[in-house]
Design a protein around this ligand. Structure first.
Ligand code: MG
Length: 395
């Protein structure tokens, strides 16, 4: 069956959230046609003061009853340009969630798994892999839980990384510098970075020389401190240097850092659209871009970013995915479709019941996500999990 030519006409919109821990809830939308087809998308926001669901409702209202044949119809029916979405992350999150839900529904109509649908749409030959290699990001497990702050000692970082290595992951990531924030009192290596470097050394001792430890800096440094930190991180055995500064707002600084760095520079998790990621690569700001399916435009846009950039710069795309299992599944389809060279991010050990949120259960084995059988995403957020741990609403 051809992938194009299918259509989906949404008439129903519902939201659900699941409480994860402390400040984190996973938020989802479901778009239905009233006669059995529905698509889902995750709209968990990192901007805690901004609600995405009213924006989704406003955009979805323009889609009601229309015959959608392409996920980009979400932009067309709302007269939105990629430039507007580059500048407004709340809007980009709403659009990405809707585009994901529409692509999920259209792939179901085409009777194809989403990864196969993406390839069929773009005349990309071959069958995508049904499992995707992941790397383990321990960051979320080191943030406060419902009882308060957790142990963030170097030993605690090492123990969590050990758990991931024993589960079969060959790459781990941590964010050890959250106590630091530029500007710093003195020039050179800031004292506030020392505690983070201790955590990196402890974690690397567990990871060993043959496996990788990636380091995310959450944009907590400036040009001077980032230049001083790079050789220390290299010495400590880091495998990449993620966002010492924000790649999108501080592109010039990041280019200077990359110029002097031996470690590969990764980032741009808040970016929207293939044009922006291409520009960051052409401007030599990054070695590896990290599109997030929840912000970058959804799985179709993520596929386009992966396909275009990997063709020009090998090993340049690694999808960012610190959120719930629905966005991991959407990311896995995009990643499998473009044929990733770098593993996909997976936020491990945030809550022990994570896999139960999905129907069928999320399956991670030996560091790989197994994509479930079925059309579209092949999985959905389980209403039972929502009833137990969250709520549903309409806007
Ligand atoms: Mg990051």
């Amino acid at each position: 069956m051809p992938a194009s030519g299918e259509w989906f006409s949404p008439t129903e919109l519902t939201f659900s959230s699941i409480h994860v821990r402390a400040k984190t809830d996973w938020v989802h939308l479901s778009l239905g046609d009233g006669s059995g087809t529905s698509g889902q998308g995750e709209i968990t926001s990192t901007q805690l003061d901004r609600e995405v669901s009213p924006v989704v409702a406003r955009l979805a209202n323009r889609l009601r009853g229309q015959r959608l044949t392409d996920d980009s119809d979400v932009l067309a029916f709302n007269n939105l340009s990629p430039e507007q979405l580059e500048e407004d992350q709340n809007l980009a999150t709403a659009v990405s969630g809707l585009r994901c839900a529409v692509a999920d529904a259209l792939a179901q109509r085409a009777q194809l798994p989403l990864a196969d649908y993406l390839r069929a749409l773009h005349d990309h030959e071959g069958t995508p892999e049904r499992s995707v290699q992941l790397y383990s990001n321990i960051n979320r497990s080191m943030l406060p839980d419902d009882s308060g702050p957790v142990d963030r000692s170097p030993d605690a970082f090492a123990e969590m990384v050990q758990r991931a290595m024993e589960a079969g992951f060959t790459t781990a990531k941590c964010a050890p510098f959250d106590e630091a924030q530029a500007p710093f009192k003195s020039s050179g290596l800031p004292r506030e970075a020392e505690a983070g470097l201790e955590r990196v050394r402890a974690a690397k001792a567990v990871v060993g020389p043959d496996r990788k430890l990636l380091v995310d800096c959450h944009s907590r440094f400036d040009l001077d401190s980032a230049l001083a930190l790079e050789p220390e991180l290299r010495e400590a055995g880091a495998g990449w240097y993620e966002e010492p500064v924000n790649p999108i707002t501080h592109t010039d600084d990041l280019r200077k850092i990359r110029d002097k760095s031996e470690l590969p520079i990764a980032g741009a998790e808040h970016g929207y659209g293939v044009a922006l990621f291409t520009k960051l690569m052409e401007e030599d700001a990054l070695d590896i871009v990290m599109p997030d399916v929840k912000f970058c435009g959804g799985p179709v846009e993520a596929y386009l970013i992966g396909r275009e950039l990997e063709a020009r710069w090998e090993r340049s795309v690694s999808m960012h995915c610190p959120s719930g299992p629905l966005s991991l599944l959407a990311s896995a389809h995009a990643t499998a479709a473009f044929g990733n060279k770098i593993p996909l991010e997976h936020a491990v050990y945030e809550v022990e019941w994570r896999h139960e949120v999905m129907e069928p259960f999320e399956q991670v084995e030996n560091g790989y996500l197994l994509i479930p059988e079925g059309y579209g995403l092949g999985g959905r957020v389980d209403p039972v999990a929502i009833a137990m741990r969250g709520r549903t609403w309409t806007e």
